[in-house]
Design a protein around this ligand. Sequence first.
Ligand code: PAF
Length: 285
Amino acid sequence: MEVARTIKSVREFVKAARSKGKKIGLAPTMGALHIGHISLIEAAVKECDFVVVSIFVNPAQFGPGEDFQEYPRPFEADLEICRKAGVDVVFAPGPEQMYRTENLTWVSVEKLTEGLCGRSRPTHFRGVTTVCTKLFNIVAPDTAFFGQKDAQQAIVIKRMAADLNMPLEIVICPTVREPGGLAVSSRNQYLNEKEKKDATFIYKSLQQCQQLIRDGVTQSDAIISEMRKILRQASSIEEIEYISVVDAETLQDVEKVEGAVLVAVAVKIGPSRLIDNILLDTSKE
Ligand code: PAF
């Protein structure tokens, strides 16, 4: 496995692989790799012949007061995980490679970024779409892999790639959960034991939602209020930032569950802000 620290070197590795006719896969990450990332890397290794994992804690997607400084950076452990998973190149640029000068050019996706996490993190998605555009331009992958856990991010990136005719396929991999149902996230490591236990109520609330819909409840308000009751049972959940039932494509709130919907939750628990979601297609249930 190679480690590329510069744009020039990663491009050389990819160019050599492409000249041998290899299909290039990219798993963009901010490091602190866990089993969720490993599932993306495994999907990339299965579908592609040459896999690049990028590790870059992107300052542009953190707002003021967010955890950019504290974000875990266990680089050697990350390299070991990549090596074991069969990655060909880890691209780990410094900030001077990704943001050479004051950045004046941004990629923003409208509408889809206004609700859900966009409400409390108004510059977050602009940071994500800009860095992903840079990574796609640098690595030029045939396929890029993202996780369903960050559902809004996945939908926004898919839309960006389609709207800007980016020549790559975006693959969304299922959410990986711990045995109690908690969605795996780098930010789970900020939690103490009690907070971790309480965090399992997030998935419990989503399961309850799924059950209510199976039982024929269709009013979003009724579903949200039942989910809220479940989250309130967890004393470490300090704030329910949102529980939303939205159209899975437009991300607009829906009054009634019909067709494909995304049910998404964000809560503040101890030092972490955690998100989770389920995608439901009532036309197929
Ligand atoms: O999902 C993440 O870890 C980040 O948002 C991403 C896609 C690597 C962009 O920095």
